[in-house]
Design a binder for this molecule. Structure first.
Ligand code: SF4
Ligand SMILES: [Zn+2]
Ligand SMILES: [Zn+2]
Length: 312
């Protein structure tokens, strides 16, 4: 198998693009897909200050690597969830990448440790407040990323969601007809009100397999295991179904998700209408000032509850 572009020996075949690439041309292809995503979805300009949400997995570290190599100013935030060996290993991978790659581009890593603020790791915290672990985790991560982005004056927050993640999420939202989620499933969510950072997903044009290949070829050392809490999750089931379809007909995920984006772009309310809608229901939390629909935001409620029920 030879490279479609330069005809030397190829290292990866991409059936959905009907192409094969050598390492150099594959890196060029990946960088080009990210650059196209940034431009076509109006994500950010060359001078923007970007905060990348990193987990130690292949997608978020690859995203940080690609943005730095494309010449963007990108720092990162890692949230240590306190899930035993998984958190220790993922934290170590993030630190290693920061020291061996990101620091040479002048980039900084911010760290938030759940245990330090809540007095317990995510599993124990969720048990204390009687909420599912993943929804507790979602609230904490969303809150902390937004807090750091606003406090440290980043223009935009970038996450490593890839084509597989977005296609699986779309399948879940369609199967349950969750229209309010469908409306917000695009790769670029504007900062609708003061206090909310803009959020973007620059990897939505690249598949999980392509990102794993990018990480391996570029010697990015990442944590291979999924978070132990993800076991048996619906998202994993949707991904398996889509992988089966993709094997039979390459390009299925792309057609499904990109087709959705194409339809959304024709009916999407403008950024102004979305901002107007949000402004009507959001106001500052009386405890921390982050925008919320209630008097006190769900993060502050959670932390207050954890403090009252925590064993002393
Ligand atoms: S699977 Fe792990 S990282 Fe993902 S939401 Fe659940 S606890 Fe958080
Ligand atoms: Zn080539
Ligand atoms: Zn609050």
């Amino acid at each position: 198998m030879n490279c479609t572009k330069c005809k030397t020996k190829a290292v990866i075949g991409l059936p959905r693009h009907n192409a094969a690439f050598c390492k150099g041309c594959f890196n060029g292809f990946v960088h080009d897909q990210v650059a196209r995503a940034i431009k076509s979805e109006w994500m950010f300009g060359k001078e923007a200050k970007i905060l990348v949400a990193v987990s130690g997995g292949k997608d978020s570290l690859a995203l940080w690597d690609i943005l730095l190599k494309l010449g963007y100013k990108a720092d990162a935030l890692y949230v240590n969830l306190g899930i035993g060996a998984y958190s220790e290993q993922s934290h170590a991978k993030v630190t290693k990448f920061t020291e061996s790659v990101a620091a040479s581009h002048g980039a900084t890593l911010h760290v938030h440790t759940v245990e330090q603020e809540a007095g317990a790791g995510i599993k124990e915290l969720a048990q204390l407040i009687h909420r599912p672990t993943c929804s507790t985790c979602g609230t904490i991560k969303r809150y902390q990323f937004n807090r750091v982005a606003i406090e440290q004056q980043y223009d935009v927050m970038a996450t490593g969601h890839n084509l597989d993640d977005e296609a699986a999420r779309l399948l879940g939202n369609v199967l349950h007809w969750q229209e309010e989620y469908l409306d917000k499933q695009g790769p670029s969510l504007p900062a609708s009100v003061a206090g909310f950072a803009k959020k973007v997903k620059p990897l939505y044009r690249l598949s999980e397999r392509e990102l794993a290949a990018y990480a391996v070829l570029n010697r990015i050392d990442y944590i291979v295991e999924e978070c132990p809490m993800a076991k048996g999750s619906k998202m994993i089931q949707y991904k398996e179904v889509l992988n089966r379809l993709e094997t039979e007909s390459p390009g299925t995920k792309q057609t499904f998700y990109w087709g959705f984006l194409d339809k959304q772009s024709k009916k999407q309310p403008t950024a102004t209408t979305m901002a107007e809608k949000d402004r009507a229901v959001l106001h500052p939390c009386t405890s921390c000032s982050q925008p919320t629909t209630a008097e006190v935001c769900s993060y502050c409620k959670m932390m207050a509850r954890a403090k009252t029920v925590a064993p002393h």
